[in-house]
Design a protein around this ligand. Structure first.
Ligand code: DER
Length: 225
């Protein structure tokens, strides 16, 4: 069954939780695309909200669909952030960063009172780690940072674009995708990785996710903690 249809269902359902007057953290990725598109329709019908985009790609979509944007510097708290994920476990621990926007996504999610994650059902896992863990690192001396990462039993792969160039994030950093056998202690791993010289942020989102909306063939499931 078409995965895009499942993404669309989850993305559109999330818009029902957006109320007039809210300032919304807009996540990144192809599932968020459907949320932004639907939100644009609701705004045309009179809904008044402002968005803080978590990537340049999301900013472009927000402009395309007419979502008023506000700069992160102008707000201190967001009412709600809505974002996608690459993996979601039963405790709502996430791996994110597949699209390369994890640093801004985490800053936006952290500033939000509530976080709603929208996924198609393929993202649900029992244990995190099948998806390589994205880690944002500074460009300078990236090889030595990658060597430090590999001492944690991961095999860090420098992310490339389709045309073979090294991928550079919106924050002018690199991403290494760390292949682990399994991530048994996400909290501990995140803390240890953050302490490594050269590491900026990891794709482990362990902060409170309040709702997970799962798009399925037959509809959507709303999971709450
Ligand atoms: O890069 C990200 O964190 C995205 O949110 C990603 O995790 C989900 O992207 P998708 O909705 O395109 O699968």
């Amino acid at each position: 069954y078409d995965v895009e249809e499942k993404k669309r269902r989850a993305g559109e359902k999330a818009v029902e939780y957006i109320e007039d007057g809210m300032t919304i953290g807009l996540g990144s990725g192809s599932t968020v695309y459907w949320m932004i598109k639907k939100l644009g329709e609701r705004i045309k019908q009179g809904l008044e909200v402002k968005g803080v985009p978590s990537s340049l790609r999301t900013e472009a979509w927000a402009r395309e669909f007419g979502i008023p944007l506000v700069y992160f510097s102008e707000v201190n708290r967001l009412d709600l952030a809505i974002d996608g994920a690459d993996e979601v476990d039963p405790d709502f621990q996430l791996i994110k960063g597949g699209g390369g926007s994890l640093l801004r996504e985490k800053l936006v999610a952290d500033a939000a009172k509530k976080l709603i994650i929208i996924v198609d059902e393929s993202k649900q896992v029992q244990k995190l780690g099948r998806f390589p863990l994205p880690v944002e690192i500074v460009r300078f001396g990236w090889e030595s940072t990658a060597r430090k990462l590999s001492s944690f039993g991961c095999n860090p792969m420098l992310r490339k674009t389709e045309d073979g160039e090294v991928f550079v994030t919106n924050n002018d950093n690199y991403i290494v995708d760390c292949v682990f056998d399994a991530i048994t202690d996400p909290e501990g791993l995140h803390r240890e990785l953050k302490l490594l010289l050269g590491v900026v942020e990891t794709g482990l989102f362990l902060k409170r996710t309040d709702k997970v909306i799962v798009g399925r063939k037959r509809g959507v499931d709303i999971l709450e903690r």
